[in-house]
Design a protein around this ligand. Structure first.
Ligand code: FE2
Length: 206
């Protein structure tokens, strides 16, 4: 693996192993979540996220090639990520089998948020490594730039869907599609603003 003075390269190696496993888990989670989606807009959205997640896995595969890493290398941390991913798939299947379609959709949204929280963090950390410059950054920067904004959408928009679908299930007025979607949120601050605008958005609908 390429060297850099400022980062622990062994731990960057570990981060990349976890990152590719997270993307692979994401492909399985979206494939299952799409089956559980009741709302047509959400189903379509997750279909797009599934395609993007497949692209992320390919982007990382190229990073591995460039760094001379083996995409199938195992590590204890990677095994944990694989376990988490498989568990989230199982959780959605459990809900689809034993609960109402609306309840299974909520479980799927929660599982996507959990998976995307890890995925989003992986890429944020890759971005931090890029900031350090050096040989690693040369390889990681194009990958980071290609993927970063997708990850913001995947996390913040699905959090919005999850919240609004839950609110709808509680019998309260929901903003669907969620404010995060309408306002094309790409940052944590934007997500917070979008959430705060929901009353106003509900008002406009009445
Ligand atoms: Fe991703």
């Amino acid at each position: 693996m390429a060297r850099s003075r400022t980062v622990n390269t062994a731990q960057v190696h570990e981060l990349l192993l976890q990152a590719i496993e997270t993307e692979r888990g994401g492909i399985q989670i979206y494939t299952t979540a799409i089956k559980a989606a009741v709302n047509k807009d959400l189903k379509k959205e997750w279909g797009e996220y599934l395609d993007e997640t497949r692209t992320h896995e390919e982007v990382l595969t190229r990073v591995f090639e460039q760094l001379g890493m083996d995409t199938e290398e195992k590590s204890p941390g990677r095994s944990v990520v694989a376990h988490q991913g498989a568990s989230l798939v199982k959780a959605i299947e459990m809900a689809m089998k034993s609960d109402t379609p609306e309840a299974a959709e909520l479980v799927a949204a929660e599982c996507v948020v959990l998976a995307e929280t890890k995925d989003h963090q992986n890429w944020e950390l890759i971005g931090k490594v890029v900031e350090q410059g050096g040989e690693l950054a040369k390889v990681l920067e194009p990958a980071y730039k290609a993927v970063e904004s997708d990850e913001d959408h995947h996390l913040y928009h699905t959090m919005g869907w999850c919240r609004e679908l839950w609110i709808q299930s509680l019998g309260m007025p929901a903003v669907l599609p969620p404010p995060e979607e309408v306002k094309k949120v790409e940052t944590a601050i934007g997500a917070s603003r979008a959430e705060q605008s929901r009353d106003e958005m509900l008002g406009h609908k009445h």
